[in-house]
Design a binder for this molecule. Structure first.
Ligand code: NOJ
Ligand code: CA
Length: 600
């Protein structure tokens, strides 16, 4: 399976709450179209008081983390060059705090020729001047910490830039000390690469270098040569780079393309499969260049190193995996000595509202991961935004609320991508001349690349959506910014942004949603996805029900087997006209409605 890009996987109206006097509820929030009830357990506290509350909880912070991915080029520009920068992130920290984000993951901000927009790193221990200085980064760390927000760096260990001093030495001769830091081989004949392995970005994964008359391997661009992880010096250099940032106080790493670390030492060909991929190459298996068992030995060593630091530093993996068993392996199986949070892309990238599929995948994460916390992901900088992967053209806003509810009410740590919370849509380039992403240049016109999900953050309805004062921004501002932006949505009680905020508040403060077991109910219903978040203590549990269809659905629940005695559920958050108090024998869910309510 291919690791990312495009969709390579596979790939309104609300209701106003009246004052609610049910025991356990102290009031409801007249949240425009939503029914949102504030619980007596302290919903509505400031983010700071929440942090201190969770600090008392002994489980490590990342278990319940809401991690917000920032694509720094597109978040906030402060020097008017049309490209986002570190100061821009600092400027927007108050917003992130108001969202109650626990950590930000920054895609690479290291010095880079930017051939793959930072994923081609030439120096692992510095900041690219385009984004600012090391002093700016230190200010970011301090300013984020003051707001209880941790900073997670992207770490690209599979490859460097071809402009890295390491690669420059490596390519200079056949017998230099860094020759074996990369993967050099003879071809099979003049102009014929060592084998049939393909680059993720199209074409052969091998490039011939005339200086030494050998080929080097690159899973991605030719400007991104793969490191040779069979050489211990490579591990030492990369671990040193990690230590550099850990010493500074970063909270951990998102490990880029981590299953791709090792390749078959015998260079055996991949099997060719029927059909072609989105850039027009023959489909190929990925058994010789992905998920080789050796990678787990490195992950265990990395985990030991990271664990030697105080403060629960975290390892998050870019792990596109096809089944739950391989997901478990990335935690280190029963020993749990590898990644704390290998990303789960199996739920978020189902790419259609299929209740049975969501039920199966969420339940597998609940019951087959040996109790470990899944990290659910619906959006990132490599894929069409979830809005456009789940929309039906008619109920898009309601469907976006379902996506948010699945992400934030299941038992999981969660990853959000900037703009997801306001409903930013994918805005692909219109002409080849506009395309920035190398993957899109290669794939045009069949595959338009990843620019569409990397457009500038839409802050307000002013110039350049409040992103930049530049005459031209690095990617155009999508037309949707006039109505889809943070400023406007903050003032609209029934906006997607406020829906996200309510869900995030519930997730942080409701004990059942925070820590409760996730038990599927009505498991044969093809239209409505329902689950119970069972309170780990004596308090109320939470029932979540989502109508995945454009027709009203009537559902009946018998929750006695789960120890629930009440015959009614009281809404904590609901939309689409879902009722405030529902009879469990007869729950009417309007089209695409979400109902989240307490039961006991
Ligand atoms: C995965 C990153 O998310 C993607 O943006 C990048 O192109 C590849 N890895 C190569 O580093
Ligand atoms: Ca590799």
């Amino acid at each position: 399976m291919s690791s990312f890009s495009g969709n390579k996987f596979s790939r309104t109206a609300f209701r106003i709450a009246k004052r609610n006097l049910t025991i356990g509820l102290i009031g409801t929030c007249l949240a425009g179209g939503f029914l949102f009830a504030a619980e007596s357990s302290g919903l509505g506290q400031s983010a700071n008081s929440v942090s201190s509350a969770s600090a008392k909880n002994s489980s490590p912070w990342w278990k319940h983390a809401l991690v917000y991915e920032i694509y720094p080029r597109s978040f906030q520009d402060t020097n008017g060059d049309g490209i986002g920068d570190i100061d821009g992130i600092i400027r927007r920290l108050d917003y992130l705090q108001s969202l109650r984000v626990n950590a930000i993951w920054l895609t690479p901000i290291y010095p880079s020729p930017q051939k793959d927009f930072g994923y081609d790193i030439s120096n692992y221990e510095a900041i690219d001047p385009m984004f600012g200085t090391m002093a700016d980064f230190d200010r970011l760390l301090a300013a984020a910490k003051a707001r209880h927000i941790r900073v997670i760096m992207d770490m690209v260990m599979n490859h460097t830039s071809d402009q890295s001093p390491w690669f420059k030495v490596s390519r200079s001769s056949r017998n230099n000390p860094k020759r074996d830091w990369y993967i050099w081989r003879d071809g099979k004949g003049p102009g014929i690469p060592p084998n049939n392995w393909q680059s993720e970005f199209g074409g052969s994964a091998w490039t011939y270098d005339p200086t030494t008359k050998q080929w080097y391997y690159h899973k991605f661009l030719a400007a991104q040569p793969d490191l040779n992880w069979r050489n211990p010096a490579v591990e030492k250099a990369m671990f040193d780079a990690c230590r550099f940032w850990l010493d500074k106080g970063v909270a951990g790493f998102r490990l880029d393309a981590i299953p791709e670390l090792f390749e078959d030492p015998e260079l055996r060909n991949e099997k060719i499969l029927p059909g072609t991929n989105e850039v027009g190459d023959p489909n190929e298996e990925q058994n010789r260049t992905e998920n080789l068992p050796e990678v787990h030995v490195v992950m265990r060593a990395l985990r030991r190193m990271v664990d030697s630091y105080p403060g629960d530093r975290v390892l998050i993996g870019e792990t596109y995996l096809s089944n739950i068993q391989s997901q478990l392996e990335w935690y280190g199986g029963k020993a749990h000595n590898e990644l704390q949070l290998p990303m789960d892309m199996q739920v978020g990238f189902i790419d259609r509202l299929d209740a049975n599929e969501f039920r199966t995948k969420i339940n597998q994460a609940e019951t087959e991961l040996d109790g470990y916390m899944p990290l659910f992901v619906f959006d990132n900088h490599d894929n069409t935004r979830s809005w456009n992967r789940y929309d039906d053209g008619k109920h898009d806003a309601a469907i976006a609320r379902i996506v948010a509810a699945i992400l934030l009410t299941t038992r999981s740590a969660d990853l959000m991508y900037y703009g997801q919370e306001i409903g930013m849509v994918t805005t692909p380039p219109k002409t080849l001349a506009e395309v920035q992403d190398p993957d899109g240049i290669r794939g045009w016109p069949k595959f338009k690349g990843r620019d569409g999900e990397r457009t500038p953050m839409q802050w307000d309805p002013g110039k350049n959506a409040g992103f930049s004062t530049a005459a031209k921004t690095w990617l155009p501002i999508p037309a949707s910014y006039k109505t889809v932006n943070v400023q406007l949505e903050s003032g609209q009680p029934d906006s997607l942004l406020n829906w996200y905020k309510h869900l995030i508040t519930l997730r942080a403060e409701n004990p059942a949603l925070r820590d409760g077991q996730n038990i599927m109910v009505n498991p044969s219903d093809p239209n409505v996805l329902s689950y119970l978040r069972k309170n780990p203590g004596a308090g109320p549990s939470v029932l979540v029900a989502m109508n995945f269809t454009d027709q009203p659905q009537t559902v009946s629940y018998n929750l006695q087997a789960q120890g629930i005695q009440t015959t009614h559920a009281t809404a904590l958050l609901a939309d689409q006209g879902a009722a405030k108090e529902v009879d469990l024998n007869h729950v009417i869910l309007p089209p695409f409605a979400v109902f989240i309510g307490t039961v006991q």
